[in-house]
Ligand binder design. Structure first.
Ligand SMILES: Nc1ncnc2c1ncn2[C@@H]1O[C@H](COP(=O)(O)OP(=O)(O)OP(=O)(O)O)[C@@H](O)[C@H]1O
Length: 269
């Protein structure tokens, strides 16, 4: 991949789907987004508006019907090895222990077992799970499994990191810890991030920029630059008056779309 231009660009993208009853529905319309190198971008919007579709376009799993998707200035032509993902559901191999789960990426990329295990031990230590490297996923808590997922992703040193509601299944305390963990790993790795969430406070706590999407078909309603100091402790920054101002302003904008989406769903029912 040639390193020129912003990390991620979607320019006037439209993406349509054919529904099971053979109608054409537009998921994204005239959608533009730019993520600079090393920037942490969060995307919020009403349920079903098109957030995951945006990520699929960045991965190359979905193609735009119109418009361009570029990574580092180059059109997306297929699935890139420079992209790491973390989803809401665990993507761990249930039959592999923690060490082998985390070592899977380097081994897939051609590293020998000893080298991959050495690297994996280092990442497992970084996420505080050294005592658990022989455990299998079903023997871990939800938060521990997320830590394994983060180690499994960061070990591949992705230039671009896509996260789709990664922490939404966790309890609130674990969630806050994982947000801090993610910020630590990101600030060291310098990856460019798109993080999709339903939780506006999570978005503000993490992001450099928050994109608010409209009810479907999704387009960008507003972009907010979050000028809060880093490093951030997510549980504490929520009490910062500037944070509260951002939350109030952005929620005012998002609420209209949530209401519109609700009305659309009621009308369709
Ligand atoms: N492969 C597909 N075929 C048909 N329709 C699809 C397909 N993928 C997504 N859609 C539709 O596109 C719209 C946007 O879906 P998407 O999953 O991107 O929304 P989302 O904002 O991520 O949803 P949520 O907030 O519930 O996670 C939805 O109406 C969905 O039903």
């Amino acid at each position: 991949m040639i390193a020129a231009g912003p990390a991620i660009e979607l320019v006037d993208v439209t993406r349509r789907f054919v529904t099971p009853d053979a109608k054409v529905m537009t998921a994204l319309r005239d959608f533009s987004m730019t993520v600079k190198r090393g920037e942490f971008t969060c995307v919020v919007g009403p349920t079903g508006c098109g957030k995951s579709t945006t990520l699929n376009l960045v991965t190359g799993l979905a193609r735009p019907n119109q418009g361009d998707v570029r990574l580092f200035g180059q059109p997306v032509t297929g699935i890139s090895r420079d992209i790491g993902f973390v989803f809401q559901a665990d993507a761990l191999f249930p039959w592999r222990n923690v060490l082998d789960n985390v070592a899977a990426g380097p081994m897939f990329r051609g590293a020998g077992k000893a080298e991959a295990h050495d690297k994996a031990r280092d990442w497992i230590a970084r996420v505080g799970l050294s005592r658990f490297e022989k455990h299998y996923p079903h023997q871990l808590s939800g938060g521990m499994r997320k830590r394994v997922a983060l180690a499994q992703t960061f070990i591949n040193q992705p230039k671009i990191l896509l996260l789709d509601e990664p922490f939404s299944a966790l309890d609130i305390q674990t969630r806050t810890l994982m947000q801090d963990e993610l910020l630590d790993l990101w600030s060291e790795a310098g990856a460019s991030v798109i993080f999709v969430t339903h939780d506006l406070e999570e978005a503000i706590a993490l992001a450099d920029k928050v994109y608010v999407l409209t009810a479907g078909p999704a387009t960008v309603k507003a972009v907010y630059t979050i000028d809060l100091p880093r490093p951030r402790v997510t549980a504490e920054i929520r009490y910062d008056p500037a944070f509260i101002d951002y939350a109030r302003t952005i929620w005012g904008n998002l609420r209209e779309e949530v209401q519109r989406s609700h009305n659309q769903a009621s009308a369709a029912a």
